[in-house]
Write a protein that binds this ligand. Structure first.
Ligand code: ZN
Length: 579
């Protein structure tokens, strides 16, 4: 491919909106051009990268035994009403009307449609198991699209769905998808760790995310170096410090002027924060909720939201606190105004003699005891794990890392089988719901993370399985007959070997061409110039290390293959080169 014919326009400086290295390089190397918030055009160069990523995903999903399908992005809203997810997704779901004023959704994911398809195939246990996947465009009306290709409103996703007769079958399908994901990320040069994850709006049981750890990530991960436990902060468990033991003592009201925070209260009374009970107020789907948690812990709003199966959850505003008759800084569940749902974290249930608010400004109660003095409507684990907390699996300590979610695997179970009516007849002729799993990978995110993990100050360094071209041929003094002849011979030998080089035949200086070659990041650069020919051939330069040497033009193809193979080893890839 000749660069003069090929739409790739590099930029010397990244536009100021670019926040991260990958975002800057995406724009500078001309892979994408922004159209509007969360919407990007791929250029021919960028689309080649996207197609290589797709090829990796397709090969590894096929290898895992999954079958490729294609499902409509435009979906009748009734399907979403049937699963209840029109409500769960809320404004993130794009909706539109057709000319007959019937409502449709633009799919943010495809559980409903794939369930529809599967239900028309499955009759008995003999039709199971199978896994379907597609690589397709998704739509999400995100509030804040960001980070270049990280959070988009229209994006390409590989989404897979497994259908099994029972949970043991699901475990096998889940493991097959998990292993395929590890191979995909290894070949794409993206180091990932699997972390326990929240199931979010999709619902279900076990789920794990594949995280690329980076300071610019938008997810917080808690990780134990000692045993390898890792979880999204939304989901993470931790070892809670034990309560202070003691026999229940009588309630006592004490004046605590100016002690409206846990820190002030603990200092005023000369006690530890874990000897107190903290009150937090939320507005959940328009209704007031009172949360009690031990003073040394914080509320995990995702766990709370899941516990309440809520759509909207937000800390209560000052006005709403007044309206509900709550006393900020001095509240407890003892003597709370009526009509407020009380949720208690497990930490307050077995902790005796906690200091709690007296629901009166300037006063607290000593020795409050759960069960004796008050009860919650709901008791659950709603505590937030933080850096420094104890690991739930070992004696280690949790540390915080930032990451970008690259992929997600879920054990959905029978949630969709029930709502979308996907059933089969077992050996005895009884009707049972199909047990489902779902698995997703964001393609644009893979490109961003690949660049994030594979670049230096001069530009991108593509892994061999991702590079849009096999070699970058820089031509200098193309008007000289010996240069033109060598280039023609090189192009013929590359074509015969099934390799696809990008040829920089532009009328630019050597300096600009070399800078662009570094920026565009193809793993091997070949220079065809009068000087190299004088030295006995063409100059071969390895992008990652910068090492150069002269090889005879007839050996250039082999030199390129050798470097690509070695680079595959460098990214842990298993690329099979055409022989
Ligand atoms: Zn541990």
């Amino acid at each position: 491919m000749r660069m003069t014919r090929f739409v790739v326009k590099t930029l010397r400086e990244a536009p100021s909106e670019a926040e991260t290295p990958s975002h800057r390089l995406l724009l500078r190397a001309g892979l994408v051009v922004p159209l509007a918030a969360g919407l990007y055009c791929f250029t021919p160069f960028g689309w080649r990268v996207a197609r290589r990523m797709e090829a990796i995903i397709r090969e590894e999903m096929d290898r895992s035994g999954a079958l490729e399908v294609h499902l409509p992005a435009l979906q009748p809203i009734e399907l979403w009403q049937q699963s209840g997810r029109d409500r769960a997704f809320g404004p993130v779901l794009f909706r539109l009307q057709d000319r007959r004023e019937r409502w449709f959704a633009l799919g943010p994911t495809h559980e409903e449609v794939v369930s529809f398809l599967a239900a028309r195939h499955i009759q008995s246990y003999r039709d199971l198991p199978f896994t379907l996947y597609q690589i397709q465009t998704k739509f999400r009306d995100e509030i804040r699209p960001r980070g270049g290709l990280i959070r988009l409103r229209e994006f390409i996703m590989m989404d897979a769905y497994s259908f099994d007769a029972d949970w043991e079958g699901l475990d096998r399908s889940y493991e097959a998808a998990f292993q395929a994901y590890l191979r995909i990320f290894a070949r794409a040069g993206i180091p990932v760790i699997a972390v326990e994850a929240d199931s979010g709006a999709i619902g279900g049981k076990d789920s794990q995310e594949f995280m690329y750890l980076t300071e610019v990530g938008e997810d917080t991960i808690l990780r134990c170096e000692r045993c390898g436990y890792a979880a999204n902060a939304e989901k993470a468990d931790f070892r809670r410090p034990p309560p202070i033991p003691g026999e229940p003592r009588p309630l006592e009201k004490v004046a605590t002027p100016g002690a409206s925070t846990i820190a002030e209260l603990a200092a005023f009374l000369g006690i530890e924060p874990r000897a107190t009970c903290k009150a937090v107020f939320y507005e959940v789907d328009g209704r007031p909720v009172f949360v009690a948690i031990r003073g040394d812990l914080d509320v995990n709003e995702v766990k709370l939201k899941n516990t309440l199966k809520a759509k909207d959850l937000a800390p209560m505003g000052e006005e709403a606190v007044r309206r509900a008759g709550l006393v900020a800084g001095y509240a407890s569940a003892i003597g709370l105004p009526a009509g407020i749902l009380v949720v208690a974290d497990e930490s307050v249930v077995d902790a005796p003699n906690l200091v709690a608010g007296a629901n009166e400004p300037g006063f607290h109660l000593l020795n409050t005891n759960y069960g004796r003095d008050w009860r919650a409507d709901i008791v659950a684990d709603i505590a937030l794990a933080r850096a420094g907390d104890g690991c739930p699996r070992c004696e280690g300590t949790l540390e915080t890392r930032r990451g970008i979610e690259m992929g997600h695997v879920f054990k959905l179970g029978t949630v969709y089988a029930e709502s979308m009516d996907v059933r089969y007849l077992d050996e005895r002729g009884d009707q049972r719901p199909v047990v489902m799993g779902c698995y997703g990978i964001g393609l644009e995110r893979m490109i961003a993370a690949c660049i994030e993990a594979n670049h230096d100050e001069d530009g991108i360094i593509w892994p061999p399985d991702v590079t849009p071209f096999d070699a970058h041929i820089v031509v200098l003094n193309a008007d000289r007959p010996e240069v033109a002849d060598t280039l023609a011979a090189l192009e013929a030998s590359f074509a015969a070997a099934g390799l696809d080089p990008l040829v920089d035949d532009r009328d630019e200086s050597a300096g600009i061409k070399f800078k662009d070659a570094d920026l565009l990041g193809i793993p091997v650069r070949l220079t065809v110039s009068p000087r190299a020919l004088q030295q006995g051939g063409v100059e071969v330069r390895r992008r990652r290390t910068g090492e150069t040497r002269i090889v005879p033009a007839a050996e250039a193809v082999q030199a390129v293959r050798t470097i690509l193979e070695e680079e595959s080893g460098a990214v842990g890839a298993a690329r099979t080169l055409a022989s």
